[in-house]
Design a protein around this ligand. Structure first.
Ligand code: GLA
Length: 735
């Protein structure tokens, strides 16, 4: 790639007490400014991150702000402070003493990269600290690369992607936590004194429990559509660690990077270690403002096909589980086609010859069609799909095997395992993880997907699953000195395979599934079009999970399916209306056996799918405004999406609990143009009579200051009453 080096336009010289000249580096986006101070032969300092500053303000702020903290702190001179990078030099020295050697800005298309090079005053080590912005976009990506210029190994003990000091006031942190089937729960609390650590050590997946993204609300508990908020997302597929040290200074000190535990890295002579990007964004429009920044950046630069509308699909898992057969698949394809769906995905259970995959205890790796179940193979299924006029997708778990499989019988050395020990087995009592750091394994995984997509170019979609953590850490492939590289090499190998697949098959849709929501991270999304939010499809619990997930990820990436009642995870019985109204706030799909649905339910879904297609662009490409949080326990939750031109919006309201005599708040809308007038239409209506405001027109100003009343119950015949209530409204600007 060719870079054009431009002069650093936005720099100016500052007087500096050491007689060295300091320059101010201005890394601005349309709505934010990050200021750094670089002194040749001196330090790289952080000055400011917040609201956009104009040139005059930059000068005043830079001249009056004490440059207290390093922009990227090294372990060494002040070991009592937390650091972002710590090493062991070949002679055993533990310290870094880095000075700025120079900096440059590099323009590449609409991206501008500011690169500051630091070098150690004594040892041959250099570090580039990088900041990347893109025209019109509000996210700053920062990362570092560390180069060993000596002729011996430099051991890296810690290697964070970035650091940010945050001025103490009443700073609240929003984080996501959870577990399998309960991902993306929101927790918001003031930052405590001491060290707050959020981390992952699963090895393979990294978002079931805590997430690698956080928000900092600078002015007390975060509000959705006002207040200053900083968002941070570490873009990495593997183990991570986010640390916030609240010490005796005036600042909270935020660090984010690859989790260094059991991952010390031997940097060879001449080798450069590149950390994953840390995406930072600032908004004065509250938590939803930060979400909108991440969503836009994600769709434009980080999500596979972020500009392509997603198809409405039926996935076979909760409909038939492992009970795959040709007739059943054909029927499901016909059913989803008849409801207006566009894609059918055959889940687990279709493969295995010597060991048929009838449950989760065998066959991963043996990606050969079980012709006892599917006599006409994938060709037969693709023919069925064509006949019904839908696309066809298929489930894989490419990074995995089972001890009961032909693959493991021929390559027992291909698994991640502490060398010489009996492997620890996961799901089904036999699941094992392939050692993706091994180039032979990479070739094998690539070849398998390559063969599939070459032989069956009509395959439209792959559900790429990952259902085991890394167990018994170690690699047969890596040398004994480099066993601590196992996690990192796994993810490098995974990235290489995905890069190869994407280079050859840029158009196929790939879903990141990992026992549900284990791979909701911006580090994987450049290769994936979407992720499966959770194996829990209960609509009420999804309100909470999807709410949290939307903090960082856009609806277009969130697989959200209508499933059966009673729900298979919670056994809760939720009416089809509510199940659909929740699923329609993400990438709509179905996860159900249509043969078990009533004709009335099918009609309802047929109508809902048709309506979803009309609002799909607003949901998938619009701006989110969260309005009423389910976590605030007000009895309802509400959010909306608004098209960028503010001509179209979709408003969702879901009741989250039911008591007689309940007093629910009226929810003012947000994000509309106050001066435009919007016509209101209810979607998925079940009531006998329309809402009083159906078809009426209101100004954006009224809708945002007053909002519309949502009746607490539905006006339906007595025998159809239940304890659920939800609304989806479409708003269209009229002249
Ligand atoms: C994981 C996924 C499910 C399903 C099963 C199949 O649990 O999250 O959606 O694909 O695997 O075994």
């Amino acid at each position: 790639m060719k870079y054009k080096i431009l002069p650093v336009l936005s720099l100016f010289l500052l007087g500096c007490s050491f007689g060295l000249s300091a320059d101010v580096l201005n890394v601005s986006t349309p709505e934010s400014t990050l200021l750094l101070q670089a002194t040749k032969g001196g330090q790289l300092k952080f000055l400011y991150y917040g609201d956009l500053l104009d040139a005059k303000e930059v000068k005043s702020v830079a001249e009056t702000t004490p440059a207290r903290y390093d922009a990227y702190p090294f372990f060494g001179s002040y070991p009592q402070n937390e650091s972002a990078l710590s090493v062991v030099h070949p002679d055993g020295n533990l310290t870094l003493d880095m000075e700025v050697e120079g900096w440059k800005t590099v323009k590449n298309g609409n991206a501008t990269e500011t690169v500051i090079t630091l070098k150690d005053r004594k040892y041959p080590v250099t570090v580039n600290v990088n900041y990347l912005t893109r025209e019109g976009d509000n996210v700053i990506e920062t990362w570092t690369d560390v180069t060993n210029k000596s002729d011996s190994v430099l051991k890296l003990l810690r290697f964070d992607s970035g650091y940010l000091p945050i001025r103490k006031s009443d700073v609240w942190m929003s984080q996501l936590y959870g577990t399998w089937a309960n991902e993306g729960r929101v927790e918001e609390a003031p930052l405590p004194h001491g060290m707050k650590v959020i981390q992952n050590k699963d090895g393979g997946r990294n978002s079931h429990t805590s997430h690698a993204e956080v928000m900092f609300s600078l002015d007390g508990k975060g509000r959705e559509n006002e207040g200053r908020v900083i968002g941070a997302a570490l873009c990495y597929s593997g183990n991570y660690k986010l640390r916030v040290n609240t010490d005796d200074t005036d600042y909270h000190h935020f660090f984010a990077g690859i989790n260094e535990e059991n991952s010390s890295y031997n940097l060879q002579p001449g080798e450069t270690f590149v950390t994953p990007a840390l995406a930072l964004t600032y908004s004065s429009e509250g938590l939803s403002g930060v979400s909108r920044n991440f969503h836009r950046w994600g769709r434009n630069y980080r999500l596979a096909h972020g500009d392509r509308p997603r198809k409405v699909l039926l996935n076979s898992w909760e409909g038939v589980y492992f009970d795959i057969n040709e007739d059943g698949m054909d029927r499901m394809m016909g059913d989803i086609a008849s409801m207006g769906g566009e894609l059918f995905v055959m889940d687990d259970g279709w493969f295995g010859v010597k060991y048929p995959r009838n449950n989760d205890s065998s066959s991963l790796g043996d990606w050969y069609v079980d012709t006892r179940k599917l006599p006409h193979g994938l060709k037969g299924l693709l023919d069925s799909a064509k006949k019904h006029g839908v696309k066809f997708g298929i489930w894989y778990e490419p990074e995995m095997t089972n001890s009961v499989s032909e693959l493991y019988e021929s390559h027992p050395e291909w698994i991640v395992n502490s060398v010489g020990r009996k492997p620890v087995e996961g799901r089904g009592g036999t699941q094992l993880v392939l050692d993706m750091g091994n180039p032979e394994v990479q070739d094998h995984v690539f070849d398998m997907i390559d063969t599939l997509l070459t032989n069956y170019p009509d395959i439209d979609y792959i559900k790429w699953d990952a259902n085991a953590p890394i167990m018994s850490l170690g690699s047969n492939y890596l040398t004994k000195d480099n066993q601590s590289h196992t996690y990192i090499e796994y993810h490098r190998g995974f990235a290489k395979v995905m890069d190869r697949i994407r280079a050859k098959y840029p158009d196929v849709t790939i879903q990141a599934c990992a026992s549900g929501g284990g791979r909701a991270n911006w580090g994987v999304l450049p290769w994936f079009d979407e992720f499966w939010v959770s194996d829990n499809t209960d609509a009420l619990q999804r309100v909470y999970m999807q709410w949290g997930t939307s903090y960082f990820f856009p609806a277009i990436a969130m697989g959200s399916h209508i499933s059966a009642a009673p729900n298979h995870q919670t056994f809760r019985t939720i009416p089809i209306k509510y199940r659909t109204d929740v699923a329609m706030s993400g990438r709509l799909g179905m996860e159900i056996q249509p043969a078990n649905m009533t004709e009335e339910e099918k009609d309802f879904c047929r109508n809902a799918i048709a309506q979803y297609k009309e609002i799909r662009d607003v949901v998938q490409f619009g701006d989110i405004y969260r309005l009423l949080s389910p976590y605030d326990n007000k009895g309802a939750a509400s959010l909306m999406y608004v098209s960028p031109d503010k001509d179209e919006a979709v408003y969702y309201w879901w009741k989250t609990e039911t008591f007689v005599g309940q007093q629910l708040p009226r929810v003012p809308m947000a994000g509309l143009n106050p001066d435009k007038h919007y016509k209101v239409l209810e979607l998925n209506r079940i009531d006998n009579s329309p809402l009083p405001y159906e078809g009426r027109t209101f100004s954006g100003r009224y809708l945002m200051s007053n909002g519309l009343e949502m009746p607490v119950t539905h006006d339906v015949d007595y025998h159809k009453r239940n304890d659920y209530s939800s609304r989806v409204l479409r708003l269209q600007a009229v002249d």
